[in-house]
Design a protein around this ligand. Structure first.
Ligand code: GSH
Length: 209
């Protein structure tokens, strides 16, 4: 029997995006939960396969390692087009999908990379770290409002559900949180709620609780 994909995950982290995407495919997935205390540069569980110690880290059935949620989503789009995670090459939504997928991982995600443990980037300076946390949190709010202005609904890409909706759902749990999103970005909040209501999301959420 072919080996299954193996996902290194941390509860409610970015691995949940990949876990939910896998749930839209028929691929079996083995999940290795890493405690949050062991995520990051010093991670014992991840050090050998991903020196950044980040989740998601995916081991493919051939034993090769894949990091970067967007790369994993595009890989699943290639391997499981029927899951509709990624619009096909000739789909008119493809260009906007690529734009926003890369935006989410290159603009929004780094605000957490630099804001989650800000002292790390400032030689342990706690005061400066607090400022970096506040400024990256503020910047993220601006980014979400910018995205909100682009959304027509009901999904991120209009009538077509895609992996972008999964990102919105998972990221809606992170700072500034769902209440802020509901008040300031109601279209994004609606998307997050709609994904939350899907049976596969409920299973993934339960496993991540
Ligand atoms: N660019 C990566 C970012 C992954 C990432 O930052 N994951 C967070 C958890 S949500 C993490 O592992 N943080 C620990 C760290 O960066 O030290 C992706 O899109 O997969």
């Amino acid at each position: 029997m072919a080996k299954s994909y193996k996902l290194y995950a941390a509860k409610r982290g970015g691995s949940m995006i990949v876990e939910r995407a896998f749930a839209a495919t028929k691929f079996p997935l083995t999940i290795v939960d890493v405690a949050w205390e062991d995520v990051g540069w010093e991670s014992k569980a991840l050090k050998k396969i991903n020196p950044l110690g980040q989740v998601p880290t995916l081991v493919l059935p051939d034993g090769s390692v894949m990091t970067e949620s967007a790369a994993i989503i595009l890989h699943l789009g290639d391997r499981a087009p029927e899951a509709k995670l990624v619009p096909a090459a000739d789909d008119p939504h493809r260009a906007q999908f690529l734009r926003w997928l890369i935006f989410l991982v290159s603009a929004v995600y780094p605000t957490f990379t630099y804001g989650d443990e800000p002292k790390r980037w400032l030689a342990g300076d706690e005061q400066a770290g607090n400022k970096l946390r506040a400024s990256t949190d503020d910047h993220r709010k601006m980014l979400w409002k910018f995205v909100e202005g682009q959304i027509k609904g009901p999904w991120f890409l209009g009538d077509n559900w895609s992996a972008l909706d999964i990102y919105v759902w998972v990221m809606s749990h992170w700072r500034p949180g769902r209440d802020w999103m509901k008040a300031e970005c109601p279209k994004l909040h609606k998307i997050a709620d709609a994904v939350k209501g899907q049976a596969a999301s409920k299973r993934v959420a339960a496993r991540n609780s």
